[in-house]
Design a protein around this ligand. Structure first.
Ligand code: CP
Length: 306
């Protein structure tokens, strides 16, 4: 039963519950008109303390497409946080006004902490470098629609795997399915965190680490590119040194499988050359579209108004 629950970490939901959300999302994708009044009278609150294009706007699009309404703010400066109001007080107040909250915050753990002050379901929409579970639902829906399955896949993650919260969330989620192999491609300084490797070991999942994309691209079914995130670095010199380490272009794709699926949570900076956008394997803008559908399904489940 997902009604009334929070979504803070990917593993808050069981495999069966995620499959349930995916099944509903696929129904919505096929016949969106059947859901256009499902959330009439319901209000989503978007509390975004950090910039966003896709997550905030796709949440807003999702609730509107379900017949509901949306209120919120897109930066802390336009809220009473700028006057010194605590996060707890903001959440206690806003949960009087809305039926469900989507919150993004730069601090790891803020959504978990904030959820204790909310009287309505709270959805973590990105907490610092920690997790981004609704991006994972988006990524999984894209995988389901393109590959038709969640198991038996070789999944490459490339770029900033240390701070990349979308990588952490998707790795956790896909490690719950059988026979997936993970290939983590990053410079030494941006390797996947140790705690995730321990989790993979405990679940007996197979994985490898690599430094060169060219060497492993040929074995991948899915390539998940990520941006090196300037906002997470303490030292600008390190960011400049690492930011263009991986650039996917048509030349590198020559060695890739013909049915490779290229994903990216976006925003992109330089890590995928614009020429790749015309390749039929490039799915990242379609993935952004699936973000609306996945969030529609999640809102319906948390509100219990299917
Ligand atoms: N993928 C994602 O989280 O994008 P935004 O930062 O634009 O929301």
């Amino acid at each position: 039963m997902l009604k009334g629950r929070n979504l803070i970490n990917t593993d808050d939901f069981s495999v069966e519950e995620i499959d349930e959300i995916m099944a509903l999302a696929q129904d919505i994708n096929k016949s969106p008109e059947n859901f256009s009044n499902s959330c009439r009278g319901k209000i989503l609150g978007t509390l975004f303390f950090e910039p966003s294009t896709r997550t905030r706007l796709s949440f807003e699009s999702a609730i509107h497409r379900l017949g509901g309404d949306c209120i919120g703010f897109s930066e802390s400066q336009s809220s009473s946080t700028s006057k010194g109001e605590s996060l707890a007080d903001t959440i206690k107040t806003v949960s009087n006004y809305v039926d469900v909250i989507a919150m993004r915050h730069p601090k790891e753990g803020s959504s978990n902490w904030g959820s204790h002050y909310s009287s309505v379901p709270l959805i973590n929409s990105g907490d610092g470098g920690h997790q981004h579970p609704t991006q994972t639902l988006t990524d999984m829906l894209t995988i389901k629609e393109t590959k038709g399955k969640f198991s038996g896949l070789t999944i490459g993650f490339c770029g900033d795997l240390k701070f990349g919260r979308t990588v952490h969330s998707l790795t956790k989620a896909m490690s719950n399915y059988d026979d997936n192999h993970f290939v983590f491609i990053s410079p030494e300084e941006l390797q996947i965190p140790e705690y995730l490797k321990i989790e993979l070991d405990n679940k007996k999942c197979s994985y490898e680490e690599a430094k060169k994309l060219e060497k492993v691209i040929g074995q991948l079914d899915i390539l998940y590119m990520t941006r090196v995130q300037k906002e997470r670095f303490f030292n600008e010199a390190d960011y400049i040194r690492l930011k263009d380490r991986y650039i996917l272009d048509n030349r590198k794709l020559k060695d890739a499988k013909s049915d490779l699926v290229i994903l990216h949570p976006l925003p992109r900076v330089n890590e995928i050359a614009v020429e790749v956008d015309d390749d039929p394997r490039a799915m990242y803008f379609e993935q952004a579209r699936y973000g609306v559908i996945a969030r529609m399904a999640l809102i319906l489940k948390l509100l219990g108004v299917e």
